[in-house]
Write a protein of this length. Structure first.
Length: 429
């Protein structure tokens, strides 16, 4: 990790540091676009070819059988089952509070307006596999989908070399009652859910993280009128830490490494008012790195990461809002005092005992979050991600009479006489 001093940086330097070290090159976008259109046109035939090419295995039937699901559930280790149940309990409790009934508003006498939520009926959940299975993502996507009331939940995940989906992923899906599961991954899985094939149903919205190919596929299908909506374009994991001299260097280092080990392209950032903490934390990073099974991944991520010694906590908050991190960890004496000043972040962790690991798995908040600075305009996954809103209005004759001067004047100003007549005709009758 590089070490900078904010006193030596100009605004252009800070803007440059906010740029992420990854971006999809043009060749990836062209490859993914071609693949998506091929799946759209040829369906299962295209999927089988891509599965053989990218997963190095032929697939005759993409659907996971009930027996495979039950076998994974019945043979899941007891410790895993307990962890799934514990995490699910907290995730369900947090997300259940997001379901709501909004009040009816009488904007003026005789004019009643309100809004109601409706579930997106058919949703597709993408669960990456990559270098490790992600049963936690099944919980983070499946629980809010169920709470929202989605009537059909389709899950796709890449198969292992033996042709099966990781048993931890299957066991978690079984626990939630998700039974429509397909052995397909990568951009081809996104295309299959967006357009539908002979085996895999078309969904209305696709949710879940993935690699660059998955992200580009989500971008492509969401811009195609025949495709599907998406949750967000999630890139490699990010963490920004704001720390003062009360933070322990070993803990700061552990937090940095916890996100650096996610992906070669992940980025972690430390902002601190203490030069001695910065130096000690970077020393700890180097020592702790050698203990990690995924140290090669973490090391490459750390090459893209940095620490900045700032002159005040306010300066750190200002840079953090500009960077807009996926995860923001505040390890200071009074972390909650900074909450009103935090404008841009996916999920915020307050205090020395709130590691990002908690949000990744079991504190209750969702871990599918905006990256790449998109926290400036988009939220992480929630129950709302699986719903849409409709507005209603009920108007009496007296209410329309009150509204009519404004309605007819605005309609006629815009040259829409029929709009005005839709009002006056009712009142004449």
């Amino acid at each position: 990790m590089k070490l900078y001093y904010i006193s030596q940086l100009i605004r252009e330097d800070l803007k440059r540091l906010c740029l992420r070290p990854w971006s999809a090159d043009k060749s990836i976008r062209e490859t993914v676009a071609s693949l998506c259109l091929d799946v759209k046109q040829r369906g299962d035939d295209a999927l089988r070819e891509y599965s053989k090419r990218f997963d190095a295995m032929p697939v005759s039937d993409f659907r996971v059988t009930p027996a495979e699901i039950e076998n994974a559930r019945d043979n899941a280790p007891g410790a895993l089952v307990a962890a799934i149940e514990h995490a699910a309990r907290n995730i369900r409790a947090f997300h259940a509070a997001q379901t709501r009934t909004e009040p009816r508003i009488e904007t003026e006498p005789g004019v009643l307006c309100w809004r109601q939520q409706r579930a997106i009926e058919t949703v597709g959940l993408y669960i990456p596999a990559g270098s490790a299975p992600l049963p936690s993502t099944v919980l983070m996507l499946g629980i809010p989908a169920i709470l929202a009331g989605s009537s059909r939940i389709v899950l796709c995940s890449p198969p292992k070399s033996n042709g099966s989906i990781d048993p931890a992923v299957l066991a978690t899906a079984a626990y939630l009652g998700i039974r429509e599961i397909y052995k397909i991954g990568g951009a081809q899985a996104i295309a299959a859910m967006a357009y539908g094939t002979q085996s895999i149903p078309k969904v209305e919205k696709i949710l879940g993280p993935g690699n660059q190919y998955v992200t580009e596929a989500k971008r492509f299908v969401s811009s195609d009128t025949d495709g599907a909506a998406i949750d967000l374009l999630a890139g490699p994991s990010e963490l920004l830490i704001i720390a003062d001299d009360s933070a322990q260097p070993a803990i700061v280092a552990a937090d940095l490494l916890s996100q650096a080990e996610h992906d070669f392209q992940s980025q972690v950032v430390l902002l601190t008012t203490s030069e001695s903490l910065a130096q000690a934390a970077l020393d700890e990073v180097r020592q702790q790195l050698e203990l990690l099974p995924r140290k090669e991944i973490a090391a490459e991520s750390l090459d893209k990461s940095y620490a900045i010694v700032v002159q005040s906590i306010e300066e750190a908050v200002s840079f953090s809002n500009m960077y807009a991190p996926e995860h923001l960890l505040i390890n200071t004496r009074e972390p909650e005092a900074l909450v009103p000043e935090i404008r841009n972040a996916g999920s915020v962790f307050l205090g020395a005992f709130a590691p990002v690991t908690a949000g990744d798995y079991a504190s209750g908040t969702n871990h599918t979050l905006p990256t790449g600075g998109s926290a400036r305009w988009v939220s992480g996954v929630s129950v709302d991600s699986f719903q849409k809103s409709m507005t209603f209005q009920s108007i009496t004759r007296e209410g329309l009479l009150r509204l009519s001067p404004a309605l007819t004047t605005l309609a006629q100003t815009e040259g829409l006489e029929a709009h005005a007549r839709a009002v006056t005709q009712r009142l004449e009758e």
